[in-house]
Design a protein around this ligand. Structure first.
Ligand code: AMP
Length: 464
């Protein structure tokens, strides 16, 4: 989970990067940063919190230059602290390098231990820094060549941007786990995790980078390279289910359309009589709409979300727990009172939020509450960059659907089938990563990385 944005050969690079990050805020709210290159020097500004809290005119004015990359972060590897905020910038014999990364490497710990034994000193605990170290040690003098050497060693999920002297490099891992788009802002090449960032700055989306593709922008001119190919891509289906903005186009499909299909398929698979369909906003909105259209049961906003509170689950501090679901969601009583409600959400992780929402809707007077989930049970942790807790905390890893229904105190609970989910996207079923639902990890994690992940699980505090 992270949002990345970059633009090259534009007089207003840092300002546009800031706006791009604004549009990618949903991909991470823990920290944000921008590095710019002015032809002589790199400038970097990073901070904890949201984009709007970190950047103002004074900060942006320090980011001189016509090339910039930026990042919004939610940590999946490495702990939450300013040192881990990206971009990470280092000095090398190739000049200064800045990097931003979305995804998670599955052999970073192994490589890091080897490099540390050889004397490398790491500045951060983030997996991303490994790429810079590998580049710095590479015997090649050229940035692109040494990046290719480094990427030949790391495994896992990465969409990344690299700011170097005189060029901006974008790379997507050979499996294509995470999205990365190429755009055109009035002749200036730009890159973003999602097209929403281009819309905001009036840039045109050109295309998605291919899995394993490297695109270099140098003075506004593009060069294209390829990493060794893998038999088939493994694109994260959870981007469609939950993570991406519904106004984005991811892996060739409009996210809104996919979510409508997930919802209508869910209605076909697990119909139930009710008076209204309500989403758990915002993640359930399009699936609920699809459910309503397919079932003919009216769509209503039975719950209202307070948009001024950070997104559920992403805020890592313990304290938020106690504010509970109420700080984010509130029922619309007149819609719910005396009625049978179908609640549509995209996933259940720990089940604690769902349980509170069901109770909230019941307390508002619903006579029945039926929960419908627009993906299969989340029974396995993600190793490729989505923030999910350990298996022991995933309710679907430990309980049957019936037991989960009992835990969340719903009248009924149904999940979408795996085939139903894969039938809602246009790519070949085998070209998506479904590890969080199936446990099928196509890119295995190294033993050292696995150990580290178990010892220091990702610090999600759940969505309460
Ligand atoms: P819970 O019922 O406590 O498991 O929380 C479920 C809620 O968490 C659903 O509304 C999901 O939209 C949301 N959710 C699922 N996966 C994630 C994630 N990786 N990050 C943030 N929220 C998530």
């Amino acid at each position: 989970m992270c949002g990345i944005f970059g633009i090259e050969s534009h007089a207003d690079a840092a300002n546009l990067a800031y706006l791009g990050l604004y549009a990618l805020q949903h991909r991470g709210q823990e920290s944000a940063g921008i590095v710019s290159w002015d032809g002589q020097r790199m400038h970097v500004e990073r901070g904890m919190g949201e984009v709007a809290d970190i950047f103002d005119e004074a900060v942006l004015s320090r980011l001189a230059g016509d090339s910039a990359i930026g990042h919004t972060r939610y940590s999946t590897a490495g702990t939450s602290m300013l040192a881990n905020a990206q971009p990470i910038v280092v000095m090398t014999s190739m000049g200064p390098l800045g990097i931003v990364h979305n995804g998670n490497l599955v052999n970073a710990v192994e490589i890091r231990q080897r490099l540390e034994r050889d004397g490398s000193i790491f500045q951060t605990t983030s997996d991303t820094e490994v790429v810079l170290h590998l580049m710095a040690r590479s015997p090649r003098a050229d940035v692109v060549e040494s990046l290719m050497v480094a990427l030949g060693e790391v495994r896992g999920a990465y969409s990344l941007l690299l700011q170097a002297e005189g060029c901006l490099v974008a790379a997507r891992d050979p499996f294509g786990f995470r999205p990365l788009m190429l755009g055109d802002a009035d002749g200036s090449p730009c890159f973003a995790s999602e097209v929403g960032a281009f819309d905001l700055i009036d840039a045109k989306p050109v295309r998605e980078l291919k899995p394993g593709e490297i695109v270099v922008s140098r003075g506004g001119e593009l060069e294209f390279y390829r990493l060794p190919q893998v038999p088939q891509p493994t694109r994260c289906i959870f981007e469609h289910v939950y993570f991406a903005r519904p106004d984005s186009v991811v892996f060739g499909d409009a996210v809104s359309e996919v979510r409508l299909r997930l919802g209508s398929q869910l209605a076909k698979e697990s119909a139930v009589e009710a008076d209204l369909v309500s989403p758990v906003p915002d993640s359930g909105v399009f699936a609920a709409l699809g459910y309503s259209r397919a079932s003919g049961i009216p769509f209503e906003f039975g719950l209202i979300r307070n948009h001024y509170v950070g997104r559920t689950f992403i805020e890592p501090r313990n304290a938020i727990r106690h504010f509970g679901v109420k700080v984010k969601l509130n029922p619309v009583r007149p819609l719910i009172e005396g009625r049978r409600v179908i609640l549509v959400d995209d996933s259940i992780v720990r089940g604690t939020t769902s349980r509170k929402i069901v109770k909230m809707v019941r307390d508002a007077g619903a006579t029945e509450v039926h929960v419908r989930i627009s993906s299969p049970p989340t029974a396995w942790p993600c190793r490729y960059g989505i923030d999910t807790p350990n298996r022991s905390e995933l309710i679907a890893a430990n309980q049957t659907v019936e037991e989960i229904c009992g835990f969340i105190e719903a009248d009924s609970l149904a999940y979408l089938s795996m085939d139903g989910m894969l039938g809602s996207v246009s790519g070949e079923p085998g070209s998506y990563c479904t590890a969080c639902f199936s446990g099928e990890y196509r890119v295995p994690m190294s033993r050292e990385d696995e150990r580290q992940h178990t010892l220091f699980p990702i610090r999600t505090e759940g969505s309460e």
